[in-house]
Design a protein around this ligand. Structure first.
Ligand code: AMP
Ligand code: GLY
Length: 423
């Protein structure tokens, strides 16, 4: 087939996408724009330093290189209408149009969408006025959740356990320039990320994964983009899966269709399985998760390019079922000291070159190739994914590989998937 693919983005997710595509015998070349140190060094993959917002240079690249299709990794270009742009030029693209991407880019839009589609979710109210937001907080009390309306790289949500924290969060988020906040009922339960690929009509669930959102051991400290993930989550039994299909994904696709929005791409549901067994949606993302993708894709047996092309061609029926390796995976993020706050970059990463086949997969995120050196270039630097017959094996591989890698200020959570080996 000799497919050539453009992957847009520069994170660990994009490295995992490129790696997974290149595992398919039908893919010859992946170009990443802008890519990172990992995609620069990946055999069969090339980087082009084009910004994800530079639609015209990306279009030129697709045409000059005669690329077959485009996968959009991050939410930002989707929320700016990159899929609409490529569609208008008849360039095959995997990722939703701008209207569809609002499911992630605006928490307030998403909450209205959930209400219209009758999708179970936490009760909430939306505020543009700080005083009204503060009086609502006083009325509701804590714990309570404050969400900034707009893209915030996983950092615009504050789960406030007391009223003072909630009041400070509201003040702080308005001061940061957010115009709208959603204040939401606090839900207890077990969180799970369930991603589906869809052609707008049909959808296929990927294996579920569990992210670790907080920066600190034992789920403490501020929220991050995700400090690690494991797959499968073990939470999605047949009854839960039934709810996820019938109460979450089917009404979501039906609502998109009703609104005339053609949604081709990934629908990523951040779900809460509440103590009474009811599954509620916390958020939808319009793209692959990061780091869930680094945990999920190593278990996917179905060729990723075939799956994505069938979505683009509106022919997902071709895959009645996805195939998976009978294995478990654990992805541990190595982050820069200070993340999700301020951190420094440009530190030499040592140890990756000398890893062997028995080591974990190292998906690079915030890295850059400088001559032969790989330097840190972001908050989340690496995603190290161990794959094994069980979670013990997968965890051991991830953490023992991580021990062979170092950079100044390297930080990782020691407890990713810990509960899976303690139970
Ligand atoms: P979101 O970006 O909306 O997924 O929120 C980020 C994280 O905040 C989630 O992964 C949850 O851990 C937490 N969170 C969000 N909404 C709620 C809620 N209503 N109740 C409890 N925790 C929440
Ligand atoms: N891991 C969370 C996200 O991708 O949004």
């Amino acid at each position: 087939m000799n497919r050539k693919v453009l992957v847009i983005g520069n994170g660990g997710r994009e490295h995992a996408l490129a790696w997974s595509l290149l595992n398919s015998s039908s893919v010859d070349l992946v170009i990443c724009a802008p890519g990172n140190g990992g995609t620069a060094n990946l055999e069969g993959c090339e980087n082009r330093s084009i910004d994800v917002e530079d639609f015209s240079s990306l279009t030129k690249l697709v045409k000059e290189e005669a690329l077959d299709f485009v996968i959009v990794g991050p939410e930002l270009p989707l929320s700016l209408g990159i899929a609409d742009h490529f569609r208008s030029l008849d360039i095959p693209v995997f990722g939703p149009v701008q209207q569809g991407a609002q499911i992630e880019s605006s928490k307030a839009w998403a909450k209205n969408f959930f209400a219209d589609a009758k999708i179970p979710t936490a009760a909430s109210a939306t505020f543009t006025n700080p005083q009204m937001a503060q009086s609502y907080l006083k009325e509701k009390g804590a714990p309570i959740v404050i969400k900034a309306d707009g893209l915030a790289a996983g950092k615009g949500v504050v789960v406030a356990m007391n009223l003072l924290e909630a009041q400070n969060a509201v003040e702080e988020l308005f001061m940061q320039g957010y115009q709208k906040l959603v204040i939401e009922e606090y839900l207890e339960g077990e969180e799970v990320s369930v991603l589906a690929v869809t052609d707008g009509e049909d959808f296929r669930l990927l294996l579920s994964a569990q992210d670790h959102k907080r920066i600190g051991q034992g789920n403490t400290g501020p929220n991050t983009g995700g400090m690690g993930a494991y797959c499968p989550s073990g939470i999605v039994n047949p009854e839960i899966e039934y709810q996820i299909r019938e109460n979450i994904f089917l009404p979501t696709l039906a609502q998109f269709k009703k609104m005339g929005i053609e949604y081709c791409g990934v629908l990523y549901a951040g779900l809460m399985v509440c103590p009474d067994g009811v599954v509620k949606i916390l958020e939808f993302n319009c793209r692959f998760g990061d780091p869930e993708t680094q945990a999920i894709l190593p278990l996917l047996k179905t060729p990723l390019d075939e799956l994505i092309v069938s979505c683009i061609m509106k022919d997902l029926r071709k895959f009645p079922q996805l195939e998976w390796h009978q294995a478990h995976s654990v992805c541990v993020i190595a982050a820069s000291e200070g993340y999700p706050g301020k951190y420094t970059t440009g530190h030499l990463i040592e140890g990756i070159d000398s890893l062997s086949h028995s080591d974990a997969l190292v998906f690079q995120a915030g890295t850059i190739l400088d001559g032969k050196n790989i330097l840190t270039d972001g908050g989340r630097v690496l995603g190290v994914t161990g794959v094994g017959i069980d979670f013990f094996a997968a965890r051991n591989q991830a953490y023992s590989t991580l021990e062979k890698i170092s950079f100044e200020g390297m930080y990782s959570r020691p407890d990713i998937a810990l509960k899976k080996v303690q139970s």
